[in-house]
Design a protein around this ligand. Sequence first.
Ligand SMILES: [Zn+2]
Length: 97
Amino acid sequence: MNTPLEVRNDTAARALTLCWPAGETQRVDHARLRAACPCAACRRLRLGGAAPALAPDVMLIAIEPMGYGVQLSFSDGHARGIYPWTYLEQLGHGKDR
Ligand SMILES: [Zn+2]
């Protein structure tokens, strides 16, 4: 599994920065991360075509290491999503769901 060397929350740019061992650096917008939350509740909403209305200025406020990924907490109070590294890598490449 590809694990980033460094994970940084760039609050000024509202992006999560991931530095991968191959030397690549990815940036994923906070709003994009929130919209792609992989928790069961959010996934169910997206599958049903009823994606929740999200504030465009939602921010990532905390990163909790989980071994195979990170648990992300957002400024709207949502903190249920655990983002595996592979999922973040996909988001950084512009591929989601
Ligand atoms: Zn969620």
